[in-house]
Design a protein around this ligand. Structure first.
Ligand code: BES
Ligand code: ZN
Ligand code: ZN
Length: 505
């Protein structure tokens, strides 16, 4: 795989907004409120600077609404040559608004080297949110540009937050922002990498590289080892490709561990559909079909880097789903890891086949919970759109816990049921289960399929990230076009919340 993009530096500074030496200073502004038009600038600026900013930004059309960005000359406000007024909206306390505003501001400043952020009454939460949003907004993927590389604006290189560098809470906030952003950007890189450059063996190598300097061990099953142990789902999906499948286990088990979490990520490095071939348009973005695996690799990296006191095992079943003379056929019956048989009626419903093997294997180690993330169904995109993932679970409390984590992380997710009839639609007349239902509620029958493979008594949740894993529209907030790193932040937040829950009196 090609070398990945450098990320921006992130630091704190005790300088005043007026004196900070950067190329652009970002200031959050809000609508004035009531019937008064115009914007209001933060109180941490001097009265004169504040008045000047409100006047000039308002004259240039700034509204203070979320997503609004206005660039203005800094005369009378700051030493930095440019000031960017970014809208935060009227409400307070929504850290996701801060992340998005910071991301959008940094994105709009591509081509500028050093950017400073004014933070009104900084707290650990706002420092982390602005730092994370800014780093995520400074992402770009130019590894595969040739002659056009020189024409691309260089993303922002250095981000300085105006908050006390000696405050230990702010330092911790910065450490978290750094670790989370790096892992989200790693997941984005993996998704953006063309499928020819990231076959299953390379994805496995990327998992090794991601944790090379961390207290994480990685086991890789080759095709031969998969065959020996009977991983029939992973093998069947991979058998049509010239690039053989793998199973990867990333193990982080700190001494002070309080709980164990198994994360499972769908790692289809390219989904052509197999013999149930997709139409050309539907195939264009199918390099994203390892988005779940990317989320797992990113999350394990960040959790280990932050030294969180939880055991986390990241499981990545990875294969390339291709049609060929060796490919599995609609009508084949395969024997999965653990012995269940599956009638494969549509080779494009391949994600559940590789996941089921990995879920059974993960369950053997008796983790407290299993959570999988997968770009599993087009039905998820129909139901929830491009930006919201579906959460399904065999345990209502766990589903709510995962949703709470997604809210804290700033990732849009919503609850879906696994109704009885979705499982019934998977009844096969010749095998234990078939891999497609009756075509209705496709996201739910995919979850029903997976649930059959979860060991009795183990709590499990499934995230269908088919929509949010890949942004085929324009960039917004801190979200770039292409790979988004969806799932990474929720997984990390689940690990954080687990430790907080275990520590609570
Ligand atoms: N990888 C696709 C799902 C997908 C669709 C991901 C759009 C991202 C964006 C998955 O393997 C698939 O093809 N699912 C089929 C299942 C069907 C055959 C039961 C689908 O959703 O059409
Ligand atoms: Zn498919
Ligand atoms: Zn797929």
């Amino acid at each position: 795989m090609a070398a990945m993009a450098l990320s921006a530096a992130l630091t704190l500074s005790a300088a005043t907004p007026a004196a900070l030496t950067v190329d652009a200073l970002v200031v959050g502004v809000r609508p004035k409120g009531g019937r008064r038009r115009g914007i209001s600038a933060p109180a941490c600026l001097t009265a004169a600077a504040r008045r000047r900013l409100e006047e000039v930004a308002s004259a240039l059309g700034a509204t203070g609404e979320p997503g609004d960005i206005v660039r203005l000359p800094s005369t009378g406000i700051a030493k930095a040559p440019v000031v960017v007024a970014v809208g935060l909206g009227a409400g307070r306390g929504d850290v996701e608004k801060l992340r998005r505003a910071a991301g959008a501001a940094v994105r709009s400043l591509a081509g500028t080297r050093r950017v400073g952020f004014v933070i009104d009454e900084p707290s650990a939460a706002t420092v982390e949110a602005i730092g994370l949003g800014a780093l995520l907004g400074a992402y770009a993927f130019h590894e595969f540009r040739g002659v056009s590389a020189s024409t691309q604006a260089t993303p922002v290189r250095a981000i300085t937050l105006l908050a006390d560098p000696r405050d230990p809470d702010f330092k911790d906030a910065l450490t978290r922002a750094r670790a989370i952003a790096d892992s989200v950007c790693l997941a984005r890189d993996l998704v953006n990498t063309p499928p020819s450059a990231l076959p299953p063996a390379a994805l496995a190598d990327a998992a090794v590289a991601a944790v090379a300097d961390l207290d994480v061990t990685v086991d890789i099953w080759t095709e031969k080892q998969l065959a020996k142990e009977g991983f029939g789902g992973i093998l069947a999906v991979g058998q049509g490709s010239a690039n053989p499948p793998r199973l990867v286990a990333m193990r982080y088990a700190p001494q002070n561990s309080m709980a164990s979490i198994a994360l499972v990520g769908k790692g289809i490095t390219f989904d052509s559909g197999g013999l149930s071939l997709k139409p050309p348009k539907a195939m264009e973005t199918m390099k994203c079909d390892m988005g779940g695996a990317a989320a797992v690799i990113g999350a394990v990296q960040a959790i280990a880097r932050l030294g969180l006191p939880v055991t986390v095992t990241g499981w990545i079943p990875t294969a390339e789903n291709m049609p060929s003379g060796h490919a599995q056929r609609p009508g084949d019956v395969i024997t999965m890891y653990g012995g269940r048989t599956v009638e494969v009626l549509n080779t494009d419903a391949e994600g559940r086949l590789v996941l089921a093997d990995a879920i059974v294997r993960a369950g053997e180690e008796k983790p407290d919970v299993i959570i999988d993330a997968a770009t599993l169904t087009g039905a998820a995109v129909v139901a929830l759109g491009d930006r919201t993932a579906g959460i399904m679970s065999n345990d209502d409390q766990m589903r709510v816990d995962v949703w709470n984590a997604s809210v804290a992380a700033g990732e849009s997710m919503w609850h879906l049921p696994i109704p009885e009839e979705s499982r019934a639609s998977l009844n096969s007349s010749i095998a234990d289960i078939k891999n497609i239902g009756d075509g209705k509620g496709g996201m739910l029958s995919a979850a029903a399929f997976l649930r059959d493979f979860v060991p009795e008594g183990t709590r499990w949740a499934h995230l269908d990230i088919a929509g949010p894993a890949f942004n085929d529209g324009g960039p917004y907030g801190y979200t770039p076009k292409g790979g988004t790193g969806a799932g990474v932040r929720t997984f990390i937040q689940i690990a954080i919340a687990t430790t907080e829950y275990m520590q609570a009196p």
